[in-house]
Design a protein around this ligand. Sequence first.
Ligand code: GDP
Length: 484
Amino acid sequence: GYIQSPEVAKYKDKLLGGLLSPGFHESSCLSRYQSSLYRKASPYKPSPYLLSRLRNYEDLHRRCGPNSNPYRRALNELMFGQNITTSRETECNYVVWISYSGLGNKILTVASTFLYAILTNRVMLIDPRQDMSNLFCEPFPESSWFLPKEFPLINKFDLFGQKSSDSFGNMLKNNILNSSAESQTSYLYLHLPHDYDDYDKLFFCDQEQPLLSKVPWLILKSNQYFVPSLFLMPGFEQQLNMLFPHKTTVFHHLGRYLFHPSNQVWGLITRYYQAYLAKADEKIGIQIRVFDGSVGPSQYVTDQILSCTLNQKLLPQVDEQKFIVPPLSGNPKQKAVLLTSLSNGYYEILRNMYWQNPTVTGDLIGIYQPSHEEFQQTEKQSHNRKAWAEIYLLSLTDVLVTSAWSTFGYVAHGLGGLRPWVLYKLDENNLTVPDPPCAQLMSMEPCFHAPPYYDCKAKTGVDTGKLVPYVRHCEDISWGVKIV
Ligand code: GDP
């Protein structure tokens, strides 16, 4: 069973330094209260300003949330265009997140959308069609973050795309949007996935934000962690400085605030943790994500994992000449390796290596892999629960090795507050192990894979990874940008 409440209560930092609001029933979401028993306290304290903005946000969400009177009025505006010219300032505005792409991408886009909601005083509601309640607890007290299923535009969510005539980008392109009251629209679709065009990207320009601020419903689709570009907008700079005096903690704090495993997933996490990881002296996470569609294991990837973990001394070498090596220190260290991958091939290779040979240090290496699902199955709930449990388990390790490009890995290291070693992506046209095979990331922030390259003021192209010292190109994707 799980650890009972009196013990939990003793634990000082149960609410993560005030990051979490106390207004929940503990039993409805055990992970909110028990996470601090499984992971080390974060060395990064949330700023008092972030805490106060989160509490304000919770009030706003309570007041404007699903089925509240302001919600119904905003819905009327959407359906009948009523009240559009009355004072919007006193009313509630929304940003609706559309469910799109894999779980790691989803988590990163919800976090990005939430930051935008905070910065612009909007209420964030999330797509209820895929059952996210299966995976996550409600993060906001006394309300729900789910958009009601009767929402009138819900059937359009999957149809929204680059070509939608009601997208912000296309309306700008066709000169339909301007600031006069008659042309006000009650909603706009924000197209922000990797295939967005130059007009969609104007979302990241301060000049366009006043137009957006008049629209009660913004419906957003993305598969990107777009926070770094919000940091390049002077209009948000002051707020962001106060929210995150330590800039590289954005996802770390927002992720820990928003994403609490449901009780069902928490069962997966805690049983696995207690059975395989808890007793180890050191926990090492290795996340293997191969994007070429092959089932694996491939020799290149195997060589890469070994040369990274052995060279960086994350794992000990084995001695193939000896049957037995006494531990250096008298007591052998137990190291647990949590390996996640869609294939089980790498697990077999590592496990055999450490079973069939002693380590040069005499340390004992256990290799554990919770599942091998073979391929991505985003429509399947049990698959997603395992994926979320594994992301979370990775975030509980002491040292992390992740795969380049993978948002699955980004979420794990962001939640864990870890700067992982990232295995560089193999060049599919010239298969060799990259040299060096891996590098430790500059910061624990996720990478924005498809940032705009545009200077809003000068109205020209610009390398957005070179404008300010705290937004730089990512180590794992040279054209991406991240906060460092
Ligand atoms: P990304 O594609 O690596 O950026 O990560 P996403 O999470 O967005 O999409 C990949 C999806 O594939 C995950 O959400 C899972 O459904 C599945 N997947 C990939 N790697 C693993 C793994 O190691 N374990 C499990 N259980 N699922 C995985």
